[in-house]
Write a protein that binds this ligand. Structure first.
Ligand code: GAP
Length: 529
């Protein structure tokens, strides 16, 4: 069982072992931005490779794409991000700190809704234990757990947030503690702005993309015309996205620069429910097959009032992070986006003249209505067999790479007693392990290092290997356990006589002897590479 119960524990583990560092640490750090260290970058690359293999490489109906981060600003007008991609915030009149309205805590005893209490009870109950003491402790945890969940809630649609009345008179500023000293709630757009062009006269305001998905919609026609795809098919992309999040402070869970892995799967209207179910199952199994424990993974259907107005359905894949009282948080959303995005971009194309007329002032532009024959517009699809044109529906599984990395890390973390000592290890699935094989000469003499280096040079062509000849072999094993390395090879006295080595398994610590000739095939089989 993982012993991590606090976010701080995982932060210090990641730093200690070179997985993740605070950005610009030598200058005191940059809030909400993180750098992946030597082990972290391997882990993250492996997560991305595993996603790509499952979503693109192993399928005949998905192709890949890599779009630029900066796109024509009209993309964001058409998608709705320019007008609606906002959180409702309030500013403290005493210290000017801005906070998301839905994350504000009440100064006095706060009223929790019945639904919050019920869901949180279920959550705490599912964490087990039935003694009277545990039950009473859980009851007292409920208030704290609700506060935690509220603080970490994801974006709510700005329309839904504005539609609700907000009484901030008893809310407390998280920075200075002032009570009820807030401005009226106001929308805060989450897109980062930047300027493009060297000349003051012709430079224009651009946006760092807040999701990779729109690059896929903008290239739908290009892919259709060049990749010989037929509906149903998908376009997949992994890349950086940027959001000027109001609330962060959750390590790599919510950052202002992060990586997404998104698939837009285009299908004929009427077949969308079937594909929605297909992708739900495929994506859930992806996490399970890479080793996340089943009891820590669940689906959460969105309530109708949470759904974007265009979405027909949405379900989140959630992971139970072991922080605080145990907290289910979104790893990935799977949405039925209907034909909304392609239709919006068709409207955007019809609006382009207004972009020039207003000198690119998005706030002054109103999107043109849809053409009467929008079903045969530039982003429609012609079905050869049925001889009909239509705008495809879209199923979108959208995953956060950094959140997956965090979940794979905490899920893999383990401690156990071995001969009176604590063994710390990361039980990564071999596909994700940053280093696959550690290679050690037992001692630095008798030709053992030379044999070990030869094995290292041979195996590193196929997998990430690590050569280590420093310290007692037991300590070298422990160092690799802590890095999550599934196998270690030791070259010893017997190797000199019969060309066999020991191969040690990280999880069981069992050792077998295997001939050097058989090593490569054996490891490729075990590592599935
Ligand atoms: N195209 C749909 C879309 O972007 P989303 O739910 O806003 O949907 C998808 O984002 C996934 O991206 C989330 O489930 C989460 O894993 C990840 N994500 C979103 N915002 C993030 C942030 N600020 N930091 C880290 N990951 C984030």
């Amino acid at each position: 069982m993982a012993k991590i119960t606090k976010l701080d524990d995982i932060v210090s583990l990641c730093k200690r072992r070179g997985f993740i560092f605070q950005s610009s640490e030598i200058y005191g750090g940059l809030a909400s931005c993180y750098d992946y260290g030597p082990l972290g970058v391997e882990l993250k690359n492996n997560v991305k490779k595993a996603w790509w293999k499952s979503v693109v490489q192993m399928r005949d109906d998905v192709v890949g794409l890599d779009c630029s981060i900066l796109m024509h600003p009209m993309v964001w007008k058409s998608s709705g991000h320019a007008d609606k991609f906002a959180d409702l915030i309030a500013e403290c009149k005493k210290c000017n700190t801005r906070t998301r309205v839905d994350h504000l805590q009440a100064a006095a005893e706060d009223k929790k809704t019945d639904k919050e209490i019920e869901l949180t009870k279920q959550l705490l109950d599912s964490m087990g234990g039935s003694s009277a003491e545990q039950t009473s402790r859980r009851q007292s945890d409920i208030g704290g757990a609700i506060d935690f969940i509220r603080q970490h809630a994801e974006h709510v649609s700005i329309d839904a947030a504005q539609a609700k009345p907000h009484d901030l008179s008893n809310k407390i500023c998280p920075n200075c503690g002032a009570v009820g000293a807030f401005t009226d709630p106001m929308p805060f757009n989450l897109m980062f702005e930047t300027q493009m062009g060297a000349n003051v006269d012709d430079s224009m305001t651009m946006y760092l993309r807040p999701e990779t998905a729109q690059g896929i919609f903008a290239n739908f026609r290009n892919v259709l015309d060049t990749a010989r795809v037929k509906i149903p098919f998908g376009i997949a992309q992994i890349g950086k996205s940027f959001r000027n999040e109001v609330t962060t402070k959750a390590f790599i869970f919510r950052t202002r620069e992060f990586e997404q892995a998104e698939l837009e799967f285009f299908c004929e209207p009427g077949t969308d429910d079937k594909w929605f179910e297909h992708w739900k199952e495929a994506r859930f199994n992806w996490y399970l097959n890479l080793g996340l424990k089943k009891e820590n993974l669940r689906f959460r259907e969105h309530d109708p009032d949470e759904l974007a107005h265009y979405a027909k359905g949405c379900v989140d894949v959630e992971y139970k992070f072991p922080f605080g009282s145990g907290d289910w948080q979104e790893l990935e959303g799977i949405a039925n986006r209907t034909d909304f995005d392609l239709r919006q971009h068709q409207r955007g194309i019809r609006t382009l003249n207004k972009w020039y007329e207003t000198n690119g002032d998005l706030a002054k532009i109103e999107l043109s209505g849809e053409a009467e024959d929008y079903q045969s517009g530039p982003l429609s699809y012609f079905d050869d067999q049925q001889k009909k044109r239509y705008i495809p529906y879209v199923i979108e599984p959208s995953a956060g790479i950094d959140r997956s990395v965090l979940a794979f890390l905490v899920d893999a973390y383990d401690e156990e007693e071995v001969r009176g000592e604590t063994r710390n290890l990361l039980r990564f699935h071999p596909t994700l392990a940053p280093i696959k094989v550690g290679i050690f000469p037992l001692v630095k003499k008798e030709g053992m290092p030379e044999i070990a280096v030869n094995i290292y040079n041979d195996l590193k062509k196929y997998f990430n290997c690590f050569y280590d000849e420093k310290g007692a072999v037991g300590r070298r094993y422990r160092r690799q356990d802590e890095a999550g390395t599934p196998f270690c090879i030791t070259i010893d006295g017997q190797t000199l006589q019969d060309q066999t080595v020991t191969l040690r398994d990280r999880d069981s610590m069992d050792q077998i002897r295997i001939s050097t000739d058989a090593l490569k095939a054996h490891l490729r089989d075990k590592l599935d590479m």
